[in-house]
Every structure is written in structure tokens, then in C-alpha cells.
Ligand binder design. Structure first.
Ligand SMILES: NC(=O)c1ccc[n+]([C@@H]2O[C@H](COP(=O)([O-])OP(=O)(O)OC[C@H]3O[C@@H](n4cnc5c(N)ncnc54)[C@H](OP(=O)(O)O)[C@@H]3O)[C@@H](O)[C@H]2O)c1
Length: 340
């Protein structure tokens, strides 16, 4: 049964990849025009040293934002800074260590950011891993499968710890923004119950990635409902950046690497800077000033998978995430936690 599920996940992932490639052959990435300068505004980008992340940071810096990037490997910080300043000499940029697999590291990142005394207008939850071998990440209540731990739960904790800052920095006219990077392959996943979310018996990296991105999408919709109920001046959207030729594919089988390289060479896959257009659009564009709780592809709101609209699942995931992370379910409650 598990084996068949594994095969189904692989076939479904490649089918979605194929459909994305056809789309990308037919439609070019949307050009970003008329984006305003955001001088004095501050953004955080996780995985800002990755391919799409770095292009997102570059674009935000070009539009006058002060960008703080969360980097897992501290040594990457200096090279990212140098690379961005080479094309954008006036870029305001800081790097802080952030390992999304560790709640303690996330909390330290937030403390270091808060110590800077800056506001926070945009949070881009971009970092991610794909099809990685099984490697559980530690959490305060046991171990977590790493795709779920990094792609979804790490960003859940980061967002919750920064929500007060976003709330203070946003206004009714100009909301603060949360931009969650999901993926089209969230659609391979159909979790019937949150109890299925931890691959306890049979690990399938394809299923794990799809599931983590379904969780990102479900979590975006649930957070949107809670932000509206609490009347916080914050919007939250999620997106598929397109199939872009990046380091994300490092775990792709050696047999398929040449196929991927050929698709990239033929221009069927987007470049990292083309992949960054939708996150940049959601971070900066006036067109989405009051848009929240939507899923975007190529800078347009499109429907996500049917499972992602399951409100029961969204709520179940929210409660499960709060339990695992020991955060209060109500976003208005004060957070009093110290992760070790
Ligand atoms: N490329 C695509 O076709 C595609 C398609 C759909 C969705 N996406 C999504 O787009 C986002 C960006 O991916 P990308 O394509 O730019 O891949 P990438 O170049 O591999 O970038 C991923 C970034 O995430 C960081 N990261 C990984 N684990 C981390 C951790 N534990 N803590 C903090 N940071 C961590 C990586 O840092 P290290 O390099 O130091 O590990 C890297 O900076 C991901 O969320 C991905 O799922 C990409």
C-alpha cells in the first residue's frame, strides 16, 4: 500500500512538472513593471542565499528596501552581500544566521532582528529543501520529518514570532505582507487527517515535499482567516515560483539531471531571477495591496488544489502546529516561550 503510494507520488510529481514545463513553453514569465520604490521599508527573506532567494533580495534592494536575509551557513552571508552589492551598490543588506530546522535558532534570529530596532514590512518565507533523504529535525516535542520541519513548521514559528512586528509596521492603507513560497506540487498531496502527516512507516521524499508545500498552502489560508478576524494590518499569500533551474534540484536522481539540464538549456525552465518575479510582485506591487489568502502563479491569483481549501484540515493543521511548537492558538495571545 505504502509502496503504491510512493509510486503514485513520483508519477504525480513528474506529471505536474511536465504540465508546468508546457505552461512555461507557452507563457513567458510576467514582466514586472511600475513597481514603486519602497525606501525606508524593511524585509526579511529566508534562504536569501539560495537561487530564487538571492534574486528576490536583489530586487527588493533595488526597490529601496533594507533586507535582512536568514542564512543557514553563515559563511554564505558575505558572498551573497558581495554579489548583490556588485549589481546594486547602494543595497542595504544584513545577514543573520537562521536554521529553520531548529526552533532555538529561529528564536535567536528573531531576537537578533528585534535588537536592530527596525520595523518589518515584508516577510518572504522562501527557504526550502526538496526530495532530501530522511533526516528528522528536532522539535520541542520530538522529531519531525525534515521537509515538514523546514519548509512548513520552521516558517510557521518564524512568522508567529514576527507577527507583532508586522502588526506594528503595517497600516490599514499599507498592510505588512507575508509571502509564503509554496509549489505547484502541493497538489500531489491529499492528507485526509493531520495524523498522517509524519511519515512514521514508509518515507517517500516526493510525498514529503508535496505534503510540506500543501501544509504551507493550508497554513496560508488559515493564517489569512485569523489575521482578518483579528483585524491585523497584514496580508498573507502563497505562490508557485515556476520551475526554475536552481540548486533545489540537487537531490534529483543522476539519471534525470541531464534531462533537467536540457530543459534549462532549452529555456523551458525559468532562470532564478524569473522564478523570483512572483515573490517580488507579492512583496512590492500595489496591485495586491489588499489581496490576502490567495495562491499565485506567474504573478496571477489562481486556484490551488482542492485539498488546500479544506477548512477542517486547515484548522486541524493550525492546532497541530501550535501543539508541536508550544505556541498559543490565538494570534492575539502573548507569546511566552523559550526554545532550547
Ligand atoms: N526551483 C524551483 O523550480 C521551485 C519550484 C517550486 C517551488 N520552489 C520553492 O522555491 C523556494 C526557493 O528554492 P530555490 O529553487 O531557490 O532553491 P535553493 O537555491 O536550493 O534555495 C533554497 C534555500 O533554502 C535554504 N535552506 C535550506 N534548508 C534551510 C534551513 N534548515 N534553514 C534555513 N535555510 C535553509 C538553502 O540554504 P543552503 O543552500 O545553505 O542549504 C537555500 O538558501 C523553495 O521554497 C522551493 O521549495 C522552487
Amino acid at each position: 500500500m505504502d509502496f503504491l503510494r510512493h509510486v503514485k507520488n513520483i508519477l504525480h510529481t513528474y506529471w505536474i512538472g511536465f504540465v508546468c514545463l508546457i505552461y512555461q513553453v507557452l507563457w513567458r514569465p510576467k514582466e514586472l513593471k511600475d513597481l514603486q520604490q519602497h525606501n525606508g521599508c524593511v524585509a526579511i527573506v529566508t534562504g536569501g542565499d539560495g537561487d530564487i532567494g538571492m534574486e528576490t533580495v536583489r530586487a527588493l534592494c533595488r526597490h529601496g528596501m533594507h533586507v535582512i536575509i536568514g542564512v543557514k551557513e553563515e559563511t554564505n552571508g558575505q558572498s551573497v552581500e558581495a554579489a548583490i552589492k556588485a549589481t546594486c551598490p547602494f543595497a542595504k543588506l544584513d545577514c543573520l544566521p537562521l536554521d529553520l530546522a531548529s526552533f532555538a535558532s529561529i528564536q535567536k534570529f528573531v531576537q537578533q532582528f528585534k535588537a536592530k530596532g527596525l520595523p518589518l514590512h515584508v516577510l518572504v518565507n522562501n527557504a526550502g529543501i526538496m526530495h532530501a533523504p530522511f533526516a528528522p529535525t528536532a522539535s520541542s516535542s520530538g522529531s519531525l520529518e525534515s521537509h515538514l520541519g523546514i519548509n512548513y513548521l520552521g516558517h510557521f514559528v518564524l512568522t508567529r514570532l514576527l507577527l507583532d512586528m508586522l502588526k506594528r509596521s503595517g497600516t490599514k492603507e499599507r498592510c505588512a505582507r507575508i509571502v509564503n513560497v509554496s509549489s505547484a506540487v502541493h497538489a500531489i498531496s491529499t492528507i485526509d487527517s493531520i495524523k498522517e502527516i509524519q511519515f512514521s512507516k514508509f518515507y517517500c521524499p516526493y510525498g514529503a515535499y508535496g505534503q510540506s508545500k500543501l501544509a504551507v498552502t493550508l497554513g496560508t489560508y488559515e493564517l489569512d482567516r485569523r489575521l482578518r478576524d483579528a483585524e491585523f494590518p497584514i496580508t498573507v499569500n502563497c505562490l508557485h515560483p515556476g520551475l526554475a533551474d536552481t540548486n533545489l534540484f540537487r537531490h534529483l536522481s543522476p539519471v534525470l539531471q541531464p534531462v533537467k539540464n536540457l530543459c534549462a538549456w532549452l529555456g523551458f525552465m525559468w532562470t532564478p531571477s524569473q522564478g523570483a518575479r512572483t515573490p517580488v510582485f507579492l512583496s512590492l506591487s500595489e496591485e495586491v495591496e489588499h489581496t490576502s489568502g490567495k495562491y499565485f502563479d506567474n504573478c496571477q491569483a489562481v486556484p490551488s488544489s482542492p485539498s488546500s481549501y479544506d477548512v477542517r484540515l486547515q484548522k486541524e493543521l493550525w492546532n497541530w502546529s501550535c501543539e508541536i511548537t508550544q505556541l498559543p492558538c490565538d494570534i492575539q495571545d502573548e507569546i511566552n516561550i523559550h526554545y532550547t
